[in-house]
Design a protein around this ligand. Structure first.
Ligand code: SAM
Length: 282
């Protein structure tokens, strides 16, 4: 992403101040990062638990989270690996790391945090029993370069797990399919790799991982508040009108349609996060 106006006429920062550089979590699609990541963690609890299960967060293991944000997952892992293990989080965003460090202070769990880029992880080869990265690769200019680093710092036989949404799969329950498709495409094209979910297994195999598996996990946003919390869908509709992606009458119709659905049993939107994992040879 760039901070320039896109060819669809929407400022990439959504007018919010987010310039879209990889790692800038000051806002994400216009929402403040700290509150946004916490709300997303609640919505995506099932996804996070499945990642943990697959990663094998057991006592004594040394595990890494790349693009750890506020450190929610690192703290969870640290509680499971216990005093004989280690959980490390890295994020390119210093403010995210400061927040994660503040949250870990006084918890007594073996968690540590470092500001670092996924492209240059400050660890020796084979340092970790397993590595996870959730909803980061979607923002990267060079997904293959970052995944190569994840693999490098994983020990032979260890697991690498990458989870990202496929933003081409969002399905809001609305009547005007054409207008809905227009809004969705325009909004999510502001993410650098909106379709990365469907690329992940290929990327992991190309990085040399074995036994690569893909598990699509549903993300159910039940009610407009949930849809807005994770995807900013109401903002997308409103802003599509402001920048001329949709004419005002169709924006009004979509907005009314959301309200009708909400009043009549509840607005529903769903999508998918792809969990891709593989084992490093050895
Ligand atoms: C959507 S957030 C997800 C955070 C966290 N994984 C979670 O599940 O709450 C994406 C994170 O990736 C980080 N990030 C983006 N580019 C990065 C890079 N090149 N290296 C490390 N972290 C990066 C961002 O700073 C942000 O914290």
């Amino acid at each position: 992403m760039t901070s320039e106006t896109t060819d669809r006429g929407r400022a990439a920062d959504g007018g919010s101040g987010w310039k879209g550089e990889p790692g800038d979590t000051s806002t994400l699609l216009g929402r403040p990062a700290v509150g946004y990541l916490d709300a997303a963690a609640d919505t995506l609890g099932t996804v996070k638990r499945e990642i943990l299960r697959r990663l094998g967060a057991e006592p004594g293991r040394r595990l890494l989270d790349v693009g750890c944000g506020n450190g929610t997952d690192v703290l969870e892992i640290a509680g499971r690996v216990g005093p004989s293990g280690e959980a490390v989080g890295v994020d390119v965003n210093e403010r995210a790391i400061e927040e994660a460090q503040a949250r870990s202070t006084g918890t007594g769990v073996p968690a540590s945090f470092l500001t670092a880029s996924a492209y240059a992880l400050p660890f020796p080869d084979g340092h970790f029993d397993g590595v996870r990265s959730e909803r980061m690769v979607q923002h990267l200019a060079d997904p293959a370069g970052a995944i190569a680093e994840l693999v490098r710092v994983t020990k032979p036989g260890g697991r690498v797990l990458v989870a990202d949404p496929d933003h081409g799969m969002w399905a809001p329950d609305l009547d005007d399919r054409d207008a809905t498709r227009t809004v969705l495409t325009w909004w999510f094209d502001n993410i650098r790799n909106p379709w990365i979910g469907r690329r992940l297994s290929g990327l992991l195999r190309a990085a040399g991982l074995l036994e690569v598996q893909v598990k699509p996990m549903p993300v159910v946003l039940d009610g407009i508040a949930a849809a807005d919390g994770l995807t900013g869908f109401s903002d997308a509709v409103r802003r599509a009108g402001e920048v001329g992606v949709l004419p005002p009458d169709r924006v009004r119709a979509l907005t009314d349609n959301i309200a009708e659905r909400e009043a009549d049993g509840g607005f529903l939107m769903y999508g998918v996060i792809i969990l891709a994992e593989g084992r490093k040879e050895g």
